[in-house]
Design a protein around this ligand. Sequence first.
Ligand code: ATP
Ligand code: MG
Length: 418
Amino acid sequence: MLWLAIGPFHAMENQVLVIRIKIPNSGAVDWTVHSGPQLLFRDVLDVIGQVLPEATTTAFEYEDEDGDRITVRSDEEMKAMLSYYYSTVMEQQVNGQLIEPLQIFPRACKPPGERNIHGLKVNTRAGPSQHSSPAVSDSLSSSSLKKSSAELKKILANGQMNEQDIRYRDTLGHGNGGTVYKAYHVPSGKILAVKVILLDITLELQKQIMSELEILYKCDSSYIIGFYGAFFVENRISICTEFMDGGSLDVYRKIPEHVLGRIAVAVVKGLTYLWSLKILHRDVKPSNMLVNTRGQVKLCDFGVSTQLVNSIAKTYVGTNAYMAPERISGEQYGIHSDVWSLGISFMEDSPVLPVGEFSEPFVHFITQCMRKQPKERPAPEELMGHPFIMQFNDGNAAVVSMWVCRALEERRSQKGPP
Ligand code: ATP
Ligand code: MG
């Protein structure tokens, strides 16, 4: 049975969701979904992959009430699509009309090959489209959508996060401080990344950390990871943030310069934003730069809570290869120290940079960021004005998006079918 825990759509609880996957030039395949709230963007791509095995599908589209195509490339966009779809279903129910399946149009990198649905658990009702654009012209659907996103924001942004509402799923990775999980937030239907850190500290220090984290609610930049809340349970703190489906940069192999350039622009903008709030990042490195299939690049794990940083530091062992020399020798830490780490993150050996072919502006940028004397490193406005950053400051998210999608696709094909 399908039920979706997204605000006003509880009325849809008993509906079975039928997704009609449109196949270019050859009809459609209907997929009956029973997994309800667990349905993820990746699940849909997996099924599309079975319907169109020879195509590399990285996204799909749906049509809004005007027939305009809207692309879906992430869990977040999928939630928006489902919210939209259920508002149209509600409308159809109110008017006593037949419920239309949710039509999606796969977007393939390569032309699709022969259709192959063997082994796929779908009800095949292939045939010409029975779709007519749902006539949703009055305010019902849009007001429901608005309400749902406002409610969502309220749940997520006022610190109401708690353990009972969270279903932990995969482990995304372990760091020095803790473990990051992909999790499902039941009331909002949102996928989160939850970092769980074990901290044996007093209640007083716990309170101090919670108040220091408050500033994260105010951080509002598309280059900084979204913060949804934090809570302590026994001796561990859980920090809930936006989930980035491309993961962190450290797991990517070769990053071509035209992609790296766009990533660097986002990182510089994220740092400049933090510095403008008088926050030093203190942990700039590839594993704290996250990407998603929409082509967004966001910074995470910056040191807003001194107490949290100190508490973790007590259990921290080892050196940090990205630390500026003055920091290692115990001198004062400042914006310049973040700039060093920025430089070294992008020049890092084989995991990040392709060997050979580095452009002159790129080499200059790295060299400037990694000047031994902190004051000789570029100031924030000089970073933004640097030719390497200017060259790629064109807002072209599609470049990063395509590169992330392709890398994920490669990873998936190396792993083989589940
Ligand atoms: P360190 O503890 O030294 O900072 P780290 O950054 O690798 O190292 P964590 O911050 O615990 O360690 O993160 C572990 C991994 O979890 C990261 O490398 C990243 O791949 C993944 N991760 C963290 N946050 C998110 C997120 N918001 N979305 C998706 N993946 C994430
Ligand atoms: Mg990290």
